[in-house]
Ligand binder design. Structure first.
Ligand code: NAD
Length: 377
């Protein structure tokens, strides 16, 4: 019997994305899978049920979970969803392995095989499955548009009969996937952009987008291409130099993150208070507490004339393309596991093994397992 792959409607408030788009449904059907979709699952992302010509529309989540062997999700499944899944089913999506230990334990107990898209190793072979990158690119693009929208200034230089307008100065802190997309978008809007990152390798990427790199002479390359936390002395050196650039900026977009750690605090209140009236801070790190000391996650407010906004779940705001990119990441992850319509995952494969969170009644991701077991090491 062919495997049944299904996508439910997301239930997290504010989540507009869907894990399956019509084109991916067609490609899964082409691999011999039977494709199921909960009625209305794509509607918030503007994919009506009628567009899924290769999927069977099921009336509700309970019917979907009862039938599906593989469940595709955006947000981690709720306890109620896990309870409704068949024992032995697989679920692929963002799993936030560092949060809600009860949910992960429930998947373990219910013998659910869960694959966390956050854990897909960042090796070249897995680039097409890299959902962190695809969604970060969406967030970076949107952050630049939010900065332009909230600013009372033009981003481009304008020469008009009423005089010449100078281009806006935009500073982007953190030049990973989101930061580079924010730089590229702000440049396209005509702003003068400066970028900064603690990883020395970011300089070339920032400059290749036509932005200036802010040199702080601190290199904090951690493992796996990520950043490490700075020492107190390095933090001070960073703040001394950044303060001048931030004081001159019309907009600051912050994206700095360290995996598994709260967002690094880079902009203290005093730095905000030295900014120009009407300047804007878009803090994309709000989800992890924020790069700015004053950020209130999910809120937009004015602090002494500076507009601070720490948006949450930004990819959901661009749901059509965020869903398309995400659904393709899921397809690229799942397709190699399907042979002649059957699920045949190679458990020794580095990508599959690395991203498996729970399987066969075990928590297979060691850091999550020891954290839940309360092992301090
Ligand atoms: P991320 O979201 O973890 O962090 C965003 C950026 O913040 C990073 O560039 C990081 O260096 C920077 N940062 C952290 N602390 C900082 C501080 N105190 N001040 C300034 N900047 C700070 O990063 P990401 O976008 O996921 O990318 C991380 C790395 O992974 C990059 O090297 C990226 O090129 C690499 N990457 C590789 C692949 C792949 O090979 N498949 C895919 C995507 C990203």
């Amino acid at each position: 019997m062919p495997i049944r792959v299904g996508a439910p409607k997301e239930t997290t408030p504010g989540e507009n994305r869907v894990a399956l788009v019509p084109e991916v449904a067609r490609r899964l059907a082409g691999l011999g899978a039977e494709v199921l979709l909960e009625a209305g699952a794509g509607s918030a992302a503007h994919y009506p049920d009628s567009a899924y010509t290769d999927a069977r529309i099921v009336a509700d989540a309970a019917a979907l979970y009862a039938a599906a062997d593989v469940i595709l999700t955006v947000q981690p499944p709720t306890a109620q969803a896990i309870e409704a899944m068949q024992s032995g089913a697989s679920v692929i999506g963002f799993m936030q392995p560092h949060r809600d230990p009860e949910r992960i334990t429930l998947m373990q107990q219910r013998n659910i095989t869960s694959y966390a898209m956050e854990l897909v190793p960042r090796i070249s072979r897995a680039q097409s499955m890299d959902a962190l990158s695809s969604q970060a690119a969406v967030a970076g693009y949107r952050a630049a548009l939010m900065a332009a929208e909230l600013s009372g200034r033009f981003f481009p230089m304008l020469t008009t009969a009423a005089g010449t307008i100078r281009p806006a100065k935009v500073v982007v802190i953190g030049a990973g996937v989101a930061g580079l997309q924010a730089i590229a978008t702000a440049r396209r809007l005509g702003a003068m952009v400066e970028g900064y990152d603690v990883r020395a390798a970011a300089r070339e990427q920032v400059e290749s987008l036509g932005a200036k790199f802010i040199d702080i002479a601190v290199s904090a390359e951690g493992s796996g291409g990520y950043a490490r936390e700075l020492t107190e002395q390095e933090k001070q050196q960073q703040q001394d130099i950044l303060a001048k650039h931030i004081a001159a900026a019309d907009a600051v977009i912050t994206t700095a993150a360290i995996p598994g750690r709260p967002s690094p605090r880079i902009i203290p209140a005093a730095m905000v208070e030295a900014m120009k009236p009407g300047a804007v801070i878009i803090d994309l790190a709000a989800e992890g507490g924020g790069n700015c000391e004053l950020t209130r996650p999910g809120e937009q407010f004015d602090h002494q004339g500076v507009i601070i906004y720490g948006p949450l779940n930004v990819p959901s705001q661009l749901a059509v393309h965020a869903s398309e990119m995400y659904a393709k990441n899921l397809f690229n992850f799942l397709a190699p596991m399907i042979t002649a319509g059957e699920l045949t995952p190679d458990r020794a494969d580095e990508v599959i093994a690395g991203s498996t969170l729970t399987h066969a009644g075990e928590i297979t991701h060691e850091p999550t397992r020891s954290r839940i077991a309360g092992d301090p090491s």
